[in-house]
Design a protein around this ligand. Structure first.
Ligand code: NDP
Length: 283
């Protein structure tokens, strides 16, 4: 039997309709939710992500500010701009598109963002709050995965969840969120022995590695929910995930495609975090 598809575009469209209503309600009270995005350098993938984030704001009724700096910019210039945005009461969310050029210490930049405007959820204070089970902003990609699992009515309590990848932006926060939902969580990485042994035990398998089609159907438990976070390019220039969709869909019960799965959800959750930040200013 072929797996059911968890359609990120469709779930996103529903969530964005709700966000547009909330944005309009805020505007009626004199507050226009605003996201500031900082892009440094000319990395083409980063430029596309930033363009999509700005477009997402426009379509949902959020204001956006886009600051673009050349790759050779002095980090002090960017830090000064972050300080300005921190102090601006009309700005509710600030994000710096990663990766940054070599002269930057990304941790210093992320820590410079006011925690109450850190809509990516990467500031140490927000990471700590998530760890304590009291999140202020949940990092957008794992947040989107949780929303997809909820919409797909996937049973989380007691489920075996296996995450492949332990990055600060996807794997680690994903583990915390699934743990908070009472999954039994295993996190695999490049040094894990016998990856397939772990993935085959997973009721919920999240792949966040960045290696095209590395998770094949024989590594998946029949009926499992498979969430593919990876975004890779094939030699022919096509987008594909970390999961080999063709073989995986014959084994899994529920699966996300690439493109059209986790990707659109990530931006939707960024808009959600920005809107929530703006709503908090009323409290
Ligand atoms: P990172 O490169 O930061 O992390 C990759 C992780 O995969 C690391 O923990 C690494 O292990 C692990 N890994 C590498 N090789 C193997 C292997 N052979 N077996 C098991 N684990 C391995 O990537 P990100 O977390 O930033 O991103 C992961 C993927 O998700 C990328 O394709 C990225 O483009 C995509 N992405 C998609 C988003 C979306 O919106 N859909 C958002 C963010 C990312 P180790 O720690 O030991 O090095």
């Amino acid at each position: 039997m072929t797996a059911r598809i968890l359609d990120g575009n469709a779930i996103s469209a529903l969530l964005r309709e709700e966000l547009a209503v909330r944005a309009a309600a805020l505007k009626a009270r004199g507050i226009t939710p605003c996201l500031a995005v900082i892009l440094v350098g000319e990395d083409p993938a980063s430029a596309v992500y930033v363009r999509n984030k700005v477009a997402g704001c426009e379509k949902t009724g959020l204001r956006s500010i886009k600051d673009v700096y050349p790759a050779a910019v002095d980090p002090a210039v960017v830090l000064a701009r972050i300080a300005e945005l921190n102090a601006d009461p009309t700005v509710h969310g600030i994000l710096v598109q990663l990766p940054l050029p070599k002269q930057f210490d990304a941790d210093v930049v992320l820590e410079a963002i006011a925690p109450e405007k850190d809509v990516d959820g990467f500031h140490a204070e927000n990471v700590g709050a998530l760890m304590q089970g009291n999140p202020r902003f949940i990092p957008c990609t794992p947040y989107g995965v949780i929303k997809m699992l909820e919409r797909g009515k996937v049973v989380l309590k007691g489920a075996e969840a296996v995450i492949v990848g332990r990055s600060n932006i996807v794997g680690k926060p994903m583990a915390m969120l699934l743990l908070a939902k009472s999954c039994t969580v295993t996190v695999c990485h490049s040094q894990s022995k016998d990856l397939a042994f772990h993935t085959r035990r997973a009721d919920i398998l999240v792949a966040a590695v960045g290696r095209a089609r590395m998770i094949t159907g024989d590594m998946i438990k029949p009926g499992a929910t498979v969430i593919d976070v990876g975004i890779n390019r094939t030699p022919e220039g096509k987008l594909c995930g970390d999961v080999d969709f063709e073989s995986a869909k014959e084994v899994a019960g529920l699966i996300t495609p690439v493109p059209g799965g986790v990707g659109p959800m990530t931006i939707t959750m960024l808009l959600t975090n920005t809107l929530e930040s703006a709503e908090r200013t009323l409290k």
